[in-house]
Design a binder for this molecule. Structure first.
Ligand code: 4GT
Length: 424
């Protein structure tokens, strides 16, 4: 139960918003109550004066402090733990997080200014000031109604569902996705196919993707503000489609011969840690050499289960991404098993030439398509032409703008992950 008390010179203004729909029902159900208090009832002169001319001159009138202070004090004296809020353009911005915070209170007192504003000394009687946006209104009444509506909706039961009305946290803090209802086609405009599919997972993915895209286009400030859980899920939603395979065979050596390179501790650790940081779904260490597979497994298991797991909890989390496979085909089959779809193969090559996909393009595909992607990283002198030829895309090379072109595979992996999954 949340008790609102509104201190206003115009109590009848509240009748309509409170007398309809959700807010009306919320009061009927006893989930909120709204009391209206007129500061004019706290005047002591015979003209019941609530305003006066500003000291220092200037146009308009200012709300006198005495009636407002008396009204606030009276309301406070009748309540256990009231939180007194002055609606004011100079206040802190009211947003969904503020609404969430206020919905935890039991007594909210909303003070509405009129004329040119309230005498500054009234502020000694309020706990905080809130603004509903950067524009000027004729009074605090509409802002008070905005606050009542936004806060009341968050009280369990007001919207019908008894548990907290929070939706999937994925889209929390982002703009809503587009909504459609019947008919399926209206004036030549069709409802997106996916919404008719009955596939709830696909529908949710589409809605999340639309929310993200809309927010990125229109309100990038909201994305930057998104709280860590939302941000993390945003990363993993695209990262969940991306896998990396580190190929130790087939790769070239410096003479252009096809060879098998050795597994290294540092590559496995660093790529796993970068992968974990950016929300990569899985990291394949590919080598056909049994002894090197055992070595890779030992490196992973040391951190997953051995002394290292107790020694360093965060590295254990990262190494849990790593999987050892005999061949590239085994890695592809593993992705398909996990995602239910064949991965698109993206090769990376530092050698110039070929038809290249840009990082921006792959980043977009990761966000907007549902297929998994397997990014191939070569060791030694790079992936063979045969592997490049069987790939769906060859990623553009990473260029540092110099003639020197010898990034380690783990540096290249980190840069690629940032370009594909990192924050804008
Ligand atoms: C805008 C807001 C607000 C006004 C807002 C004092 C006299 C303030 C008129 C009142 N305008 N109040 N709370 N953006 N105007 O929240």
């Amino acid at each position: 139960m949340l008790n609102f008390t509104v201190i206003t010179l115009f109590p009848p203004m509240f009748a309509s918003p409170l007398g309809h729909s959700i807010l009306k029902k919320a009061q009927e159900k006893g989930l909120i109550a709204v009391r209206l208090v007129d500061p004019r009832d706290y005047t002591t002169d015979k003209h019941r004066t609530v305003d006066d001319a500003p000291y220092g001159g200037g146009q308009g009138m200012v709300m006198k402090p005495e009636p407002l202070a008396a009204a606030i004090e009276d309301v406070k004296s009748k309540s256990a733990s009231p939180r007194v809020i002055l609606l004011s353009p100079q206040g802190k911005s009211f947003d969904q997080a503020e609404a969430q915070r206020l919905s935890q209170e039991t007594e909210l007192v909303l003070v509405c200014g009129r004329y040119e504003g309230v005498d500054e000394r009234v502020k000694a009687f309020v706990d905080e000031e809130l603004s509903v946006g950067d524009y000027t209104l004729s009074g605090g009444e509409l802002p008070a109604m905005v606050v009542i509506d936004a806060v009341a909706r968050l009280i369990p039961g007001v919207l019908g569902n008894l548990d907290s009305p929070k939706e999937e946290s994925f889209t929390e803090g982002l703009l809503e996705y587009p909504q459609y209802t019947r008919p399926e086609e209206f004036r030549g405009m069709k409802v997106p196919e996916v919404l008719l599919s009955g596939d709830h997972e696909k529908v949710n993915e589409w809605r999340s993707a639309m929310s993200l895209r809309l927010t990125r286009e229109r309100r990038p400030d909201l994305l930057a503000k998104a709280r860590p859980p939302a941000a993390e899920q945003k990363a993993t939603a695209t990262g969940r489609r991306l896998y990396i395979a580190l190929l130790h065979h087939p790769v070239y050596d410096k003479n252009g011969e096809i060879v098998t390179t050795a597994v290294t501790n540092m590559d496995i650790h660093d790529i796993a840690r970068a992968g974990k940081t950016y929300g990569l779904r899985g990291f394949y260490v590919v080598t056909p050499v049994k002894a090197l597979q055992r070595l890779a497994l030992k490196i992973i298991a040391h951190w997953e289960e051995g002394y290292g797991s107790r020694y360093n909890e965060t590295r254990k989390e990262a190494l849990a991404l790593a999987r050892v496979k005999d061949t590239l085909d085994d890695a592809i089959i593993d992705v398909e098993r996990e995602c239910g779809a064949k991965p698109q193969i993206v090769a990376s090559s530092a050698r110039p030439g070929g038809n290249r996909a840009s990082f921006a393009h792959l980043r977009k595909m990761l966000r907007e398509e549902s297929a998994p992607f397997l990014l191939l990283l070569g060791t030694g002198w790079g992936l063979t032409d045969a592997v490049l030829a069987q790939s769906d895309y060859i990623l553009e090379p990473i260029e540092g703008g110099t003639a020197y072109n010898h990034l380690s595979v783990r540096s290249a992996a980190a840069i690629m992950l940032d370009r594909l999954l990192g924050r804008d």
